[in-house]
Design a protein around this ligand. Structure first.
Ligand SMILES: [Mn+2]
Length: 337
């Protein structure tokens, strides 16, 4: 039996040799890995003679607008589904395995004569088509690199370019947090070293992905951090933001990104909360925790959910003060229970 990754390399090679149309589908809410992988793959396939395009559900995240070759990306709403996708010989899902993760585009994907999925997440669901899943890969970008390397060998032609290396480096930097998460391996560095030979702008990638901020964010962080509260021998930290503050600073929801994680990063803090009053009066609560506090178990009785260390919930028909008191008291019991 031919391993699936070889079969995927084979169908991609056939598509390239036939100069076929190949549709590439990152998951909804494409992050640096999904988008970088998709564009890196599209560039390599086009370099080899295919006609590849990337289809996405929503506009590219402003943080990712530095990624090269965005002209290869079409947003679903702008897509004339009667033309291009009808002729695709091959559809490739990247950074996801289940067609449900493709949102509006799942029919386009399913309609292709051949489907292949490239992913590093372990998937339980059954789905048609070919799958190349490598849970050892820090990012789908590593899998794309392997596939491109395989194609280069088969075609006896170099397919990586500076833009392609930039896209794949973005994918890897994004999912490894800049080569610091525990998913970073010797192989990750070996691939990164290979990509560096094409001179991608690594400084630009890390700045745009992790460090770029705005004046509004700085002011908002200043306000929230200076008012942050610490309870339970500093094991519980929280910050709160009401509509008046948001309006005074002309801040939006995304300006609050990262604040609760920053509170959780404080040495000794087991659980951190960010309480925000929404425009309709509901209170949204973001929870970040360390090993000893299960965030989604905590959120569930309040109708929320998420993961062990990151969860959220929304409480209605109570004031911000009431919600803070309620949640902080309950969390105190959890910490001492
Ligand atoms: Mn990924």
């Amino acid at each position: 039996m031919i391993p699936t990754r070889d079969r995927i390399a084979e169908v991609v090679l056939t598509a390239v040799r036939n100069k076929d149309r190949v549709g590439i589908y990152p998951h909804v809410g494409a992050d640096g890995d999904a988008l970088g992988s998709a564009i890196g793959l599209a560039l390599a396939l086009n370099q080899a003679g295919a006609s590849a395009r990337v289809f996405v559900d929503e506009k590219v995240n402003p943080r990712l607008l530095f990624v090269p070759a965005l002209d290869l990306v079409t947003v679903y709403a702008d897509l004339d589904t009667k033309t291009w996708p009808q002729d695709q010989a091959l559809a490739i899902a990247v950074d996801c395995t289940e067609p449900e993760r493709l949102g509006c585009r799942q029919e386009l994907y399913r309609d292709a004569p051949i489907q292949a999925a490239l992913d590093h997440h372990v998937s339980s669901g059954e789905s048609g088509g070919l799958r190349w899943i490598d849970p050892q890969a820090s990012a789908t970008g590593e899998i794309i690199f392997d596939l491109v390397t395989e194609l280069e060998g088969q075609l006896g032609q170099s397919l990586l370019t500076q833009d392609g290396a930039m896209a794949l480096m973005t994918a890897i930097v994004s999912d490894t947090g800049g080569f610091v998460y525990s998913n970073t391996t010797a192989r990750t560095f070996a691939i990164a070293a290979h990509l560096m030979a094409y001179d991608p702008d690594l400084r630009q990638i890390t700045y745009r992905l992790f460090h770029e901020s705005t004046k509004t964010q700085l002011r908002l962080q200043g306000e929230l951090y200076s008012q942050a509260q610490f309870l339970q021998e500093d094991r519980l930290a929280y910050a709160r933001v009401d509509q008046a503050l948001m309006q005074r600073l002309v801040a939006t929801d995304t300006d609050l990104d990262g604040i609760v994680s920053e509170l959780r990063s404080i040495s000794g803090v087991e659980v951190a909360f960010l309480f925000r009053e929404l425009a309709d009066g509901a209170i949204r609560i973001n929870i970040r925790s360390n090993d000893h506090f299960h965030a989604s178990d905590f959120a569930r009785p309040f109708g929320g959910g998420g993961h062990a260390k990151a969860a959220g919930m929304t409480i209605r028909h109570k004031t911000l003060d009431e919600v803070v008191d309620l949640v902080v008291e309950k969390a105190g019991q959890w910490l001492n229970g």
